[in-house]
Design a protein around this ligand. Structure first.
Ligand SMILES: Nc1ncnc2c1ncn2[C@@H]1O[C@H](COP(=O)(O)OP(=O)(O)O)[C@@H](O)[C@H]1O
Ligand SMILES: NC(=O)OP(=O)(O)O
Length: 315
């Protein structure tokens, strides 16, 4: 029997929605796209983002602290852990249900609470860049900045959001357990929200005040699991050069060298498409034969069949 293609999927914001009811509805559509790939004969590992959710949890915990002075402030690392469990809970149940609806009853689904080590000297700690939470108006953003000392930035013409540090993932602490689960045929959700950021202090793992980019964490996960494909599912069907301009060109396939050239020319927006292309390049250049694909959630199956999306490979 031919070896199954191993795929790590990175789920973007539109796969999860922004509110509790939105997430409940979105994960059903997401589960269909993922189970389509399983029916295609692929072995799938799922990672996901958490920008809106970790902002929501953080605000809720902040409100608690204001109500009850006995409650100390909740560190961002704990908020990431809470968002991982909350999203994992919804996603895991939606996947389980979709598998059963298609009479697939031999694939257990599990969410792995995952910690990801970052470097405490990562310059990202000095330059917060990762948008989290809701989009706000300028007035709301100014008020949050004054009240809570948050750093607020405009996010791609969509409004203002809080930004936090986003260091590069260095090591997935639970990778051994994740590998064992994947090898035994489980459908694993791991590295949610980019993983809980920690630094190593001897035997102690200390939570770091950051949110890791899920595209970079997914790329590391895919390399560590020796995956064949990294699929980044987002809100566009293809990556473009001259995005948003009349001379826009949608890309079907680019080599690692072409991707690097386009990055140098500034074709991909920092904080949105740039980390995806960087993560795709890191994966594709790590070993001959590895490919990355960036496409729409609903097009995952077409993408893996080679009929859409932007494919990034060494040659
Ligand atoms: N060169 C580009 N090609 C395609 N999309 C781009 C490009 N530059 C910026 N984008 C924007 O990047 C967005 C995807 O990034 P983002 O919203 O951060 O994704 P996600 O939440 O799915 O991780 C697209 O919806 C698109 O608006
Ligand atoms: N952690 C992370 O990258 O989240 P988003 O994908 O929601 O930005």
């Amino acid at each position: 029997m031919a070896k199954k293609k191993r795929i790590v999927i990175a789920l973007g914001g539109n796969a999860l929605g922004n509110t509790l009811p939105e997430q409940m509805a979105a994960v059903k559509i997401t589960a269909r796209a993922i189970v389509d790939l399983i029916e295609e004969g692929c072995e799938v590992v799922v990672a996901h983002g958490n920008g809106p959710q970790v902002g929501m949890v953080n605000n809720a915990m902040l409100a608690l602290t204001h109500e009850d002075p006995q409650q100390p402030n909740t560190p961002l690392s704990v908020c990431v852990a809470m968002s991982q469990a909350y999203i994992g809970y919804d996603l895991q149940n939606a996947l389980r249900e979709e598998l059963l609806n298609r009479n697939i009853d031999n694939i257990p689904v599990a969410t792995m609470i995952t910690q990801v080590r970052v470097d405490e000297d990562d310059p990202a700690f000095e330059n917060p860049s990762k948008p989290i939470g809701r989009f706000l108006s300028k007035e709301q953003a100014d008020s949050m900045a004054e009240k809570y000392d948050y750093i607020m930035k405009e996010d791609s013409g969509r409004g203002y959001r809080r930004v936090v540090a986003s260091p590069r993932p260095q090591e997935i602490i639970e990778i051994g357990t994740i590998r064992t689960m994947v090898e035994s045929g489980d459908l694993v959700i791991a590295c949610g929200g980019g993983g809980i950021p920690v630094t190593r202090q001897g035997n102690h793992l200390k939570g770091a005040s950051a949110v890791i980019d899920k595209d970079f964490a997914s790329s590391l996960l895919a390399r560590e699991l020796d995956a064949d494909f990294l699929i980044i599912l987002t809100a566009v069907e293809k990556v473009a050069v001259n995005f948003g301009k009349p001379e826009v060109k949608w890309l079907d396939h680019i080599t690692v060298d072409e991707a690097k050239q386009y990055m140098t020319e500034g074709h991909f927006a920092p904080g949105s498409m740039l980390p995806k292309v960087q993560a795709a390049v890191e994966f594709a250049e790590s070993k001959p034969g590895r490919q990355a694909l960036i496409t729409l959630l609903e097009k995952a199956k077409d993408g893996i069949q080679g009929t859409t999306g932007t494919r990034i490979s060494q040659a």
